[in-house]
Design a protein around this ligand. Structure first.
Ligand SMILES: [Zn+2]
Length: 259
């Protein structure tokens, strides 16, 4: 290894350790025969035996560094010759573009019993199989300081309109609630996730209704509904439970009401 390559490797190791990225000046400092052009720079391509300046160097939108060899070297080959990774071409504050793409976007509108829009819960499904939930409130990302437990139950505006004593099923999450609502069953969904618990104010809409709790068939799901049941009892609501049977089939697809 010649002294120059050794220097580059050491410098690169330090860069990787500190997470720093290249500036245009740093990049030019690693190249030979640098000449300033009307736009950008040219230099000897480090990836082939370059007699003329085949390499174009420029800073693109957002400070991303652009390298192009007119003799046909690939960007990968140039980066290898420079002991750099693709991410070094991006400015430090900017992440390389996310590789996953949104495959499906569902937006759940969380409304108060009055019908007023309080927040939007966005479910993003990516093509790599991952999913992500985002909150938006008043057009901005996040909940603007509002605790998730203080949000209305999903579907509160529909439940507020039904007669006292009507059956209302409580599900974990918006998706399960929509599945029931699509079958004509009055339901509300919690929006806190299994680890959270809706506040007493959020549960108020259930007072006077025939409440049936439908926990997800897992331990966090049952604990979630158990905490809701305790809060409902404090509001003088005696909820019933839809329990998954513990039969040989693991209870799949079979539920029974307990009152
Ligand atoms: Zn080249």
């Amino acid at each position: 290894m010649c002294w120059r390559l050794r220097y580059l490797a050491a410098d690169y190791a330090e860069q990787t350790a500190t997470g720093r990225r290249m500036t245009l000046e740093q990049l030019l400092g690693r190249l030979e025969g640098v000449r300033r052009l009307q736009t950008g720079y040219s230099a000897k391509c480090p990836s082939h035996d370059d007699r003329v300046n085949s390499l174009s160097v420029n800073a693109g939108d957002g400070g991303r560094l652009l390298l192009y060899c007119h003799a046909g070297c690939t960007l990968e080959a140039i980066l290898v010759a420079l002991r750099l990774a693709g991410r070094d071409l991006f400015p430090a504050q900017e992440k390389p573009p996310r590789r996953r793409a949104v495959r499906r976007r569902v937006a759940y509108e969380i409304r108060a019993a009055t019908g007023a829009l309080v927040a939007v819960h966005e479910r993003l499904e990516y093509d790599d199989g991952t999913k992500e939930f985002l909150w938006r409130r008043e057009g901005k990302r996040g909940l603007g300081g509002l605790a998730v437990s203080e949000l209305p139950l999903y579907g509160s505006e529909d439940v507020a309109a039904v007669a006292p004593g009507s059956l209302v099923v409580v599900t974990e999450g918006e998706k399960a609630r929509d599945a029931l609502a699509g079958r004509g069953i009055m339901a509300v969904g919690t929006v806190t996730g299994a680890s959270g618990t809706p506040s007493p104010a959020s549960l108020e809409v259930l007072v006077g209704k025939d409440v049936v709790l439908w926990p997800d068939a897992d331990e966090p799901g049952r604990a979630h509904m158990q905490r809701i049941a305790e809060r409902l009892v404090a509001l003088s609501v005696r909820p019933r439970w839809l329990e998954w049977g513990g039969g040989e089939d693991g209870g799949a697809g079979r539920g029974r009401l307990q009152g």
